[in-house]
Design a protein around this ligand. Structure first.
Ligand SMILES: *[C@@H]1O[C@H](CO)[C@@H](O)[C@H](O)[C@H]1NC(C)=O
Ligand SMILES: *[C@@H]1O[C@H](CO)[C@@H](O)[C@H](O)[C@H]1NC(C)=O
Ligand SMILES: *[C@@H]1O[C@H](CO)[C@@H](O)[C@H](O)[C@H]1NC(C)=O
Ligand SMILES: *[C@@H]1O[C@H](CO)[C@@H](O)[C@H](O)[C@H]1NC(C)=O
Ligand SMILES: *[C@@H]1O[C@H](CO)[C@@H](O)[C@H](O)[C@H]1NC(C)=O
Length: 341
């Protein structure tokens, strides 16, 4: 599992990877919510993000938690078209606070999101416009076409010679993604990527937005989070994104005034992902006999269901369990996944 985080060390190692592989250049103003987050002292782009109202940016937690960069070290650039050369429509803001999701887990990459408060609000222009966020209860069926943007196409070894890039990818359902990853995909994640490979976000795109158009409204469904293998755009290796719709409550707790727009995205038809089961994974059932009360077990099952409402897969905190109750002895069948290589 690797992060799509470009830092100075991985830059040197990975400079021949092409972040957002297989993309095309975005035309100015096509993705006006996309921001570039930089280390102020070096003007060094390390992550993307999205503008969600006039004063806040949504990005990935690992951009800050793993680097230990603080609010005072970074600057957010908006209206940026290219990381090298002139930007007629660019403005920048310093950052007054970085709020990492309290349950972000660097090992499982669960809850990979953070909110940045800008030092002052920005004025919206055709090049600087916030994105609506997917509301809780949104559904994204397998195959739904989405877009990922970021500054990724490193065409040579000049560190700022990056282009704003865009790539269109289908959503891959959580069950299929779980199988492809051999586990580790939780209900707080959403996957996207062409299964034959060639299209994928990559280093430096972290924190950027996975967006879907519903009618005339663009909705952010995911935040660029991590990928499975070292290489980008490998076959059968969709990217994993933070599932934005799981965080409406948390975002509204952090941003208490002028809250971002939340829009429910509803897929139509049937979700082919519901038919997926992992043929490459061995399902090991552990039988545990517990003398807990029925109420306690019931609570954990309910939590599992609500964590997985949109995806059918539970978070690691609530592994898939089956419980039966025979003569007041509870049998817990715990499912453990082992990848067959
Ligand atoms: C993207 O833009 C760069 C810089 O302007 C240019 O060199 C390159 O040819 C463009 N690529 C495409 C596919 O248009
Ligand atoms: C999910 O969508 C992808 C991309 O369209 C497709 O390749 C894949 O076969 C679909 N999965 C299922 C289970 O239909
Ligand atoms: C950058 O992207 C363009 C357009 O997709 C592609 O033609 C070019 O080969 C890429 N650059 C590198 C170094 O791969
Ligand atoms: C699941 O598979 C069955 C049998 O192949 C098929 O009839 C059904 O339409 C599939 N359901 C979805 C949601 O793809
Ligand atoms: C289990 O949870 C459901 C849903 O909240 C509730 O209706 C039911 O009464 C609970 N059962 C027990 C035994 O607590």
């Amino acid at each position: 599992m690797i992060y799509y985080l470009l830092n100075i060390l991985t830059y040197i190692v990975s400079s021949l990877h092409n972040p957002i592989v297989g993309g095309q250049n975005a035309t100015a103003g096509s993705w006006p919510w996309q921001v570039s987050i930089r280390l102020t002292d070096y003007n060094f782009h390390f992550c993307g993000g999205s503008l969600i109202n006039s004063g806040w940016v949504l990005t990935a937690a690992h951009c800050f938690a793993n680097t230990k960069y603080t609010a005072s070290q970074v600057t957010v650039y908006l209206g940026t078209e290219t990381l090298h050369g002139t930007n007629m429509n660019q403005v920048f803001r310093s950052v007054t606070s970085v709020t990492i999701h309290p349950n972000y887990d660097a090992n499982t990459v669960n809850n990979d999101l953070a909110l940045l408060q800008l030092s002052s609000t920005v004025t919206f222009t055709p090049y600087i416009t916030p994105i609506c966020l997917a509301a809780s209860g949104s559904t994204f069926f397998n195959g739904t076409l989405s877009w990922v943007t970021g500054w990724g196409n490193i065409s040579d070894l000049h560190i700022f010679n990056l282009y704003d890039n865009e790539v269109q990818v289908p959503i891959i359902g959580n069950r299929q993604c779980f199988c492809l990853y051999g586990g580790g995909i939780t209900g707080n994640m959403i996957c996207a990527g062409a299964l034959p490979g060639n299209k994928d976000p990559c280093n430096g795109d972290s924190g950027g937005a996975l967006v879907i158009k519903q009618g005339s409204i663009w909705i952010q469904a995911g935040i660029v989070s991590f990928g499975k293998d070292q290489g980008c755009a490998q076959a059968n290796d969709p990217g994993a994104f933070t599932r934005v719709s799981q965080y409406q409550n948390w975002i509204n707790q952090v941003i208490t005034s002028n809250q971002p727009g939340f829009v429910t995205y509803t897929s139509s038809g049937t979700n082919a992902d519901l038919n997926v089961s992992c043929s490459n994974l061995l399902f090991v059932f552990f039988l545990a006999v517990a003398q807990q009360t029925l109420q306690q077990i019931n609570t954990s099952i309910v939590s599992c269901d609500s964590a997985s409402a949109s995806t059918s897969i539970c978070t690691p905190a609530f592994p898939l369990e089956q419980v039966s109750n025979l003569n007041n002895i509870l049998f817990i069948f715990k499912t453990v996944y082992i990848e067959i290589l």
